[in-house]
Design a binder for this molecule. Structure first.
Ligand SMILES: *[C@@H]1O[C@H](CO)[C@@H](O)[C@H](O)[C@H]1NC(C)=O
Ligand SMILES: *[C@@H]1O[C@H](CO)[C@@H](O)[C@H](O)[C@H]1NC(C)=O
Ligand SMILES: *[C@@H]1O[C@H](CO)[C@@H](O)[C@H](O)[C@H]1NC(C)=O
Ligand SMILES: *[C@@H]1O[C@H](CO)[C@@H](O)[C@H](O)[C@H]1NC(C)=O
Ligand SMILES: *[C@@H]1O[C@H](CO)[C@@H](O)[C@H](O)[C@H]1NC(C)=O
Ligand SMILES: *[C@@H]1O[C@H](CO)[C@@H](O)[C@H](O)[C@H]1NC(C)=O
Ligand SMILES: *[C@@H]1O[C@H](CO)[C@@H](O)[C@H](O)[C@H]1NC(C)=O
Length: 363
């Protein structure tokens, strides 16, 4: 049988199917580099009768999985109702998809034959911290992406390999970060921990994360702005916690913070120090859905400010510009003030001299 036309159909359909998979990657998009041979779909569900893959591919393939011929290093075992990892995973496997099963633990040695793994997808399982062996990934030096969103972890797994770039642990039950958990992860750029149960961040918790770019700690139980975050972070998400303030020094250690999300907290005027947001690298600041009654002081370099759904009654131009002049004006492009106690006619007449390059204002 000539299979080439069928392979072509599968590839063309892959683009369409990839977009409606029910995997959300923990909310942050996931980029695929085809030049590295990375497969362009993370699931083969609803595509073709699994017996078809078996008929056209003579390579070994665990019974519970599908092995498409065009991605010989990918193994699709997602959405199969598995209670445990399939046995005899082929050693060629670099991309392993196990999401949406009922796996509750990873016994020691389960991954011993797949040391070439680059991606491991375990989203939407029921994995418990106590049922992972601490050495489970110790020989997996090529692993770059580990996805364990929506599991039952209570701690960040330890013994993670040092080449890791993305670690997605959103929507677990994580209460604490084990000492040294991130110690060797100097190449990690993305860390998702939103939807967990973290109450505070300890001094050494994030030690070792020298390249971290995006850190999501939204939807935890933080009641004060956490200290000891990695200074390299450019995107910091802290929405949906219960913080009441941001102090003068909360942001001072960050060297290149650009996007800060603090929506859905309990921020109050007297909790925000006057210099709290005084960092010129900041591009976007989200303070929506808080308890502010005044506009907070922000740097003139800020471009996007979200203040909707607060209790703001007064618009104070000095929040945006300390002085006016040919070069002294706010770079603000979008300002949201809707859902406050403020009407357009209440804006003071001089606001246009300050907010000179504004594209949109919502009042
Ligand atoms: C690993 O490979 C060896 C040799 O092929 C085999 O005996 C063993 O059962 C495999 N282990 C697992 C967990 O697949
Ligand atoms: C890692 O590999 C070494 C050498 O191949 C082996 O001795 C060791 O048992 C492996 N460790 C684990 C946890 O599989
Ligand atoms: C995992 O947690 C979910 C709730 O997040 C719960 O419904 C489920 O029973 C837990 N599974 C196990 C095996 O504990
Ligand atoms: C970290 O990334 C650099 C640059 O891509 C690479 O050379 C290095 O091998 C990586 N470190 C590990 C432990 O994989
Ligand atoms: C925060 O909470 C609101 C209201 O409960 C919800 O609509 C929103 O999706 C949550 N956002 C995050 C990032 O968790
Ligand atoms: C902001 O920081 C600069 C130095 O980085 C300082 O000169 C300035 O006074 C600060 N402004 C406020 C409002 O704290
Ligand atoms: C506006 O804010 C400045 C300092 O940020 C303050 O001194 C001034 O009193 C405020 N003006 C009004 C009308 O609230």
């Amino acid at each position: 049988m000539d299979i080439r036309p069928l392979v072509l159909v599968l590839l063309v359909c892959g683009l369409a199917w990839a977009s409606n998979t029910d995997l959300d990657y923990g909310g942050i998009p996931f980029w695929i580099n085809r030049l590295l041979g990375e497969p362009s779909v993370v699931s083969l569900r609803d595509r073709m009768d699994p017996s078809w893959y078996r008929a056209v591919n003579t390579e070994s393939c665990p019974l519970q999985c599908d092995c498409p011929i065009q991605w010989p290093t990918a193994l699709y075992c997602d959405h199969k109702g598995l209670n445990q990892l399939p046995e005899s995973l082929p050693s060629r496997t670099q991309y392993l998809f196990l999401q949406r099963n009922k796996i509750s633990g990873i016994p020691s040695g389960a991954l011993v034959n797949v040391t070439r793994l680059r991606w491991l997808f375990l989203d939407w399982n029921q994995i418990h911290s106590k049922d992972i062996n601490s050495m489970w990934l110790s020989n997996h030096t090529q692993l770059v992406n580990l996805f364990m969103n929506h599991n039952n972890l209570t701690e960040v797994p330890t013994g993670l390999p040092s080449g890791l770039r993305q670690l997605r642990l959103a929507y677990n039950h994580i209460e604490k970060i084990s000492p040294g958990a991130f110690q060797n992860l100097g190449n990690l750029t993305l860390l998702l921990l939103q939807g967990n149960r973290l109450k505070a961040i300890g001094k050494g918790d994030f030690e070792g994360l020298s390249s971290l770019n995006l850190l999501d700690l939204s939807h935890n139980f933080l009641d004060t702005f956490p200290k000891y975050l990695p200074p390299s972070v450019q995107q910091l998400y802290l929405s949906n916690n219960s913080m009441t303030g941001v102090s003068e020094d909360s942001l001072q250690d960050f060297s290149s913070l650009r996007y800060l999300r603090l929506g859905y907290n309990q921020l109050q005027d007297n909790g925000l120090a006057s210099g709290a947001f005084n960092i010129t690298s900041l591009v976007e600041l989200d303070l929506s859905h808080n308890l502010l009654t005044q506009t907070p002081v922000v740097p003139t370099t800020l471009q996007y400010l979200y203040l909707e759904a607060n209790l703001i009654q007064a618009f104070n131009v000095s929040s945006f510009c300390r002085t006016f002049g040919p070069t002294e004006y706010s770079r603000m492009r979008i300002l949201r003030l809707d859902g406050n106690k403020l009407a357009y006619h209440q804006l003071p007449p001089d606001w246009v001299f300050c907010l000179r390059v504004l594209h949109h204002i919502y009042v």
